[in-house]
Design a protein around this ligand. Sequence first.
Ligand code: SAH
Length: 279
Amino acid sequence: MDRSGLELPTFEAGWVWLAGAGPGDPGLLTLHALHGLEHADVVIYDALVGEGVLNLAKSRAGLEFAGKRGGKPSPRQPDISRRLIHLARRGKRVLRLKGGDPFVFGRGGEEALALVAARVPFRVIPGISAGIGGLAYAGIPVTHRAINSVVTFITGHDASGDVPGSVDWSAIAAGSPVLVIYMAMKHLGRIAARLVDGGRRADEPVAIVSRASTADQRVLESTLGDCAAAAVAAGIVAPALVVVGQVVRLRGGLDWLGALTGRTLVADPLGLRSRVEAG
Ligand code: SAH
């Protein structure tokens, strides 16, 4: 790549770069994240960061996994923070790489605050969050002028693993035409039921996007009433995002990945033109 004229910051020894890797496709890395990969001495990465991204690290870099694997419990957050601090104090260039964006349901803030407390210098590199970029790979815009002026990003479970008690599901059901739910698969049936209790229609469109932007991407279109059972029947696996709202219908026109393998896209997936013609 010709990067002449592009000035990227020097990765100084003893620094931690807290970076987002995007939803999976290495092409969705930022230039800062790529630069970090090319210069890091150690890369500490999460389960959501794929091989295609890690292959971009310089060959002498140490790669350390800090996520859940094979049902074993993940390293405790304080242990990860301690490791970052330890390596930085030993003069390493430490790239802390997380899926999507580090500050979106990624505990990046907690790790950064631990660095502040330890007086370790750091830089934050945002990434493309799966709830935006992953949906774009499914042909679903999170906002569309004819549909929504509001979009809400929600986590489907809290620190205890349960449906988050702090989420006011009826307020969200009433106030946000489009919902993007991370970590939703475990409690999808309960979440959908709470939204219907809050006034959402059971026939409202839902899409579940699994492993977005990777070679294994799958998209299941369903409805609020059926989505939990449909996900089980289709064998949809995590990581997956659930999007609720009329923007899902735009996929009929915007599934650009599907078009690459022969899907015919329709120019008016919402049927707005025919509605205008009918008066
Ligand atoms: N920081 C991340 C989110 C971490 S929470 C980001 O900004 O994207 C983990 C959840 O993110 C997963 O349970 C899933 O809901 C979602 N997720 C991350 N990557 C994904 C992908 N490639 N496809 C679908 N969902 C993904």
